[in-house]
Write a protein that binds this ligand. Sequence first.
Ligand SMILES: NC(=O)c1ccc[n+]([C@@H]2O[C@H](COP(=O)([O-])OP(=O)(O)OC[C@H]3O[C@@H](n4cnc5c(N)ncnc54)[C@H](OP(=O)(O)O)[C@@H]3O)[C@@H](O)[C@H]2O)c1
Length: 280
Amino acid sequence: MTDFDGTILVTGARGNIGSRLTAALAAAGLQVRATARDTSGLDVPDGVETAALDLTAPDATVLKGVRTAFLYPTFGDIGGFLTAAVEAGVEHVVLLSSPAAYDPVEHAGPIGAAHLAIEAAVRDSGLGHTVLYPSWLATNPARDWSAQIRAGKVAIAHPEWRINPIHLGDVAEVAADLLVSERFRGRSIILTGPESLSQREVVAQIAAARGKPIAVEELTRDEALASRPDWFPEAMFASLLDVAANLGDRPATVNNNVERVTGRPARSFAQWLQDNGSEF
Ligand SMILES: NC(=O)c1ccc[n+]([C@@H]2O[C@H](COP(=O)([O-])OP(=O)(O)OC[C@H]3O[C@@H](n4cnc5c(N)ncnc54)[C@H](OP(=O)(O)O)[C@@H]3O)[C@@H](O)[C@H]2O)c1
């Protein structure tokens, strides 16, 4: 990939994006320090160093020799980590954020505000940084609908809401490039998958990949709120329903930024299902 020399720190190395990023960097022969708040059982490729790191309670020794770092948008105060990173001479960080931070409906809501707060903390730290805004992560159906998919019926509000699922391998490969190359430093980069699909079409593609039908039942806003999973904060869940209601069935914006950074086109949701067929 590059002749980049020095340690690259990855936060959330067991996360969906963090684990793929760690693998991509290791495959390119780069020196990676993969971190998690609790490293027990953390599975990393051979040759990858591991270390404990909680961004809200950092131990500065984890930054020794680090040139660049990938940061999850952790909620909570990461000021201590950022100060330690400046003192340790970290050159650049790649911050994962969310389209909620710029969406006109969502940016003032709870998801947007939380991501904007961490963007502001990184900006105010003076660290060189690039912000990544991936679109609708292709892991969302497994996160939100697994049990329903297995039962053959997905109940959702706004099934015609159009999104642009992005393959997490693409997010990871873009992040890997930004950590070692100077081409896009200081930018804010919106990443999307290659196609605009309605939630109904996403479910249809999952059904086709599984070879089993999945019905879609349309929920009202109140029914959707009542079906909210416990882990999803109510204000955030409601804010997503507002975005879907606001956009209606308009096409989701698609760009070619994955290709502009990595040199190859973004992978489709069908490809994601082929690559991750067992995730349901
Ligand atoms: N869902 C979407 O469509 C969407 C779209 C755009 C952006 N996003 C952003 O992407 C994120 C999800 O990405 P993902 O699926 O890769 O996440 P994930 O699999 O849930 O992993 C999140 C990682 O964050 C780490 N983390 C949490 N708190 C931390 C702390 N205090 N210090 C250090 N690390 C901490 C966790 O590490 P531990 O191992 O220590 O727990 C975990 O590995 C969302 O939270 C959102 O911000 C989501």
